[in-house]
Design a protein around this ligand. Sequence first.
Ligand SMILES: [Zn+2]
Length: 65
Amino acid sequence: MAINFDDYECQFCGKTSTNFVFAAFVCDDPECIEKARIERGGPGGHMKRKAEGGPIIPVDLEDEI
Ligand SMILES: [Zn+2]
């Protein structure tokens, strides 16, 4: 999967994204990354998915379409 970050804005501050973390495009700002983490379900959110047998990567985005 190729992601061109220039095509996406940080979901929290609107700057060009540089990261895709916790199923959210974010910039380099740790605050934005933290917001993504919290929005994702808090600490261990994605690891809980893994523990349940689900993938870590956000395939649920596809499931909702
Ligand atoms: Zn940001």
